[in-house]
Design a protein around this ligand. Structure first.
Ligand code: URA
Length: 193
């Protein structure tokens, strides 16, 4: 389905495509730059996100902002969204029917933003973005390229809050993200010359 941003917002705000619509306070669509080269995809809104209608504003979001800042990026340069746009009760993993109902909206966001890089934050994001058999501990940090878009799976920031031991690997992944971003920027400049 092809959407303009305004139609996507309107449709999502009225969406009753799955049961999560019944318990949400806000639909959490996305945040950041609508023409960003980097798009980060999480799992689904948590409590704070549901209350504010903005993705990654709770504790995991604060950590994500810090990690982006550490590679000299902020929200104005990336686009952040989730697999499901409404909060799963008790922050459970979205059910397959919920994720599948919401995927057309994520595809519409990909089509509108046209990112060069997609970062999958956690297994749920990676499974629905590119491969249902992903295991995040095994597959994180390894680039995939699909239809010219570079995809990087890494740990979800909430997983880093639960297990500090994962932070070192996540930091390596963010450094890879920065290098790829700079490499693609450089190539883009050379094409324009
Ligand atoms: N976790 C997610 O996956 N997404 C959010 O927006 C917040 C926490």
């Amino acid at each position: 389905m092809h959407y303009e941003w305004s139609a996507l917002y309107e449709t999502l705000r009225g969406c009753t495509g799955c049961g999560l619509a019944q318990t949400r306070s806000h639909v959490v669509i996305g945040d950041g730059n609508h023409s960003a080269a980097i798009m980060l995809v999480g799992e689904g809104p948590g409590r704070e996100e549901d209350l504010q209608g903005i993705p990654f504003v709770g504790n995991a979001g604060k950590l994500l902002d810090k990690m982006l800042a550490a590679i000299a990026l902020d929200r104005s340069e990336v686009y952040i969204c989730n697999i499901v746009k409404c909060r799963p009760p008790q922050n459970r993993v979205p059910a397959d029917v919920e994720a599948m109902a919401c995927l057309p909206y994520l595809r519409a966001q990909f089509a509108l933003v046209r990112p060069k890089i997609i970062v999958c934050l956690g297994a749920t994001a990676a499974r629905y973005v590119y491969d249902e058999s992903v295991r995040i501990t095994r597959d994180r940090g390894v680039w995939k390229c699909k239809k010219g878009i570079w995809i990087l799976p890494t740990y979800h920031p909430a997983a880093l809050l639960r297990d500090e031991g994962k932070k070192r690997d996540a930091w390596e992944d963010f450094k890879k993200l920065k290098s790829k971003y700079l490499e693609l920027q450089q190539k883009n400049m050379e094409k324009k010359e």
